[in-house]
Write a protein that binds this ligand. Structure first.
Ligand SMILES: [Zn+2]
Length: 131
C-alpha cells in the first residue's frame, strides 16, 4: 500500500525526534539538579546538597538608569530603563554536620522588553479620543 511507504518513515522520524527531545529534557533536568546540589555544597564536610537555606536577607538595593538603544530600519530609539541591583545574603546550615555559612549573591532585574508601539497607538497617545 502507498500510504504505508509514507507513514512508516515519517513515524520513524517522529519517534527519533521524540527520543532526542526526551534526552535533551532529561539531561537538562539532571544538570539543573547537579547545579542545585553544587550550589548548596557544605564547605566544611564537602557533602553536596547538604546546605539548607535558613535565612535570606537583602543587604543592598540600588536603582540605576540604563540607556537602551533600539536600532530600527529608519531611525534609532534611545530610551531610559530602570534597573534594580539587589545584593542578598543567604545563610545556609549543613544538615549533615551543622556547619553554618553565608553566601552573597547579586541579582540584576530589568523590566521586560516592551513591544514597539504601532503608529496607531502612538497617534492615540498624542491625540486621545474625545468623549
Ligand atoms: Zn557539612
Amino acid at each position: 500500500m502507498w500510504w504505508a511507504e509514507v507513514l512508516y518513515p515519517s513515524l520513524l522520524i517522529c519517534v527519533s525526534f521524540g527520543a532526542l527531545l526526551l534526552v535533551a529534557v532529561g539531561s537538562s533536568y539532571v544538570w539543573l539538579v547537579w547545579l542545585g546540589k553544587r550550589a548548596t555544597k557544605c564547605p566544611e564536610c564537602g557533602k553536596s546538597g547538604a546546605g539548607e537555606l535558613v535565612e535570606s536577607t537583602v543587604t543592598d538595593l540600588r536603582a540605576r538608569t540604563e540607556w537602551r538603544t533600539r536600532i530600527g530600519l529608519f531611525r534609532q530609539d534611545v530610551s531610559p530603563t530602570q534597573v534594580l541591583e539587589e545584593t542578598c545574603e543567604d545563610h545556609f546550615k549543613c544538615c549533615h554536620c551543622g556547619h553554618e555559612w553565608t553566601k552573597t549573591t547579586q541579582w540584576t532585574r530589568r523590566p521586560p522588553e516592551r513591544k514597539q508601539a504601532s503608529p496607531e497607538e502612538k497617534k492615540a497617545r498624542v491625540f486621545p479620543a474625545r468623549r
